[in-house]
Write a protein that binds this ligand. Structure first.
Ligand code: MD6
Ligand code: FE
Length: 246
């Protein structure tokens, strides 16, 4: 677990605080995981069903979501994309990010020449659509966290799209997990440690896999090195969707 000092350090770097208690007094951290820290996940029920792969303390539930539900998630994500189209954002330096992104929930992740941040509105001023219930149910099942995720980020990877090593550290409370769902083509996922230079391990994430960054791995550097384009039949135009809730 991160020390308090580290937490304060990370918090000062927070842009717009997701899970900021002052903004959301009804969502106190102790509502999560029945008052326990959210580091001993998943719920007991789930551990009976499936043992996750532990990759540098990230937890990977291989094949967690069956094909029928994967299809339903894609349908629901199309509805999200109708209200909040996938966009190609720029970084502060003006470089175009290869992954196309949209979001649902109270906040979406955006980036432009002013940098990246969580925003309560889309770049065109519209609010983000609601997080589909189908996705929220997966959050509930795998995190044992009674709080709703405030941001559901949806990333689309086409041919040759990568995601550089990064930490998910713009949230206000790192005792809460980040859950990811992979849909479509296989992707080579790399997870290291708290430092960019820490040794890393890799695994091919497949359609229907659920991955949790929680506890020791919550602030681990991670990224996507490459795709196996066309390895899945789920998305008619190939590619991969990764959904992360936090
Ligand atoms: C991806 N995943 O799978 C990138 N972040 O396309 C992430 O960036 C990620 O898998 C936080 C938690 C789990 C993840
Ligand atoms: Fe991430």
């Amino acid at each position: 677990l991160i020390t308090l000092q580290q937490a304060v350090l990370y918090r000062s770097a927070t842009l717009l605080g997701v899970y900021k208690e002052a903004d959301l007094p009804l969502q106190a951290a102790d509502m999560c995981n029945n008052g326990k820290m959210a580091d001993i996940l998943p719920s007991d029920d789930l551990q009976d069903i499936m043992t996750p792969i532990n990759l540098n303390d990230s937890l990977i539930f291989a094949g967690a979501i069956e094909v029928e539900l994967q299809r339903k998630l894609v349908v629901d994500l199309r509805d999200v994309a109708r209200l909040a189209p996938f966009r190609q954002y720029e970084t502060r330096s003006g470089r175009k990010i290869g992954v196309r992104m949209t979001a649902a929930g109270d906040y979406g992740w955006t980036s432009d020449r002013e940098g990246y941040r969580y925003e309560p509105r889309q770049p065109d001023g519209d609010p983000w659509p609601e997080i589909p219930i189908s996705l929220f149910e997966i959050w509930q099942q795998y995190t044992d966290c009674s709080r709703k995720p405030q941001c559901c980020l949806v990333n689309y990877y086409g041919e040759k799209t990568r995601m550089g090593l990064h930490q998910d550290n713009d949230e206000a409370d790192f005792s809460l997990p980040v859950l990811s769902i992979s849909l479509g083509d296989d992707a080579l996922f790399r997870v290291g440690g708290r430092l960019r230079s820490d040794p890393s391990k890799s695994i091919w994430l497949k359609s229907g896999d659920v991955c949790l960054l929680t506890g020791q791995s919550r602030l681990a550097f991670h990224g996507i090195d490459k795709l196996r384009l066309g390895s899945s039949k789920l998305l008619p135009n190939k590619g991969r969707i990764n959904v992360t809730m936090r």
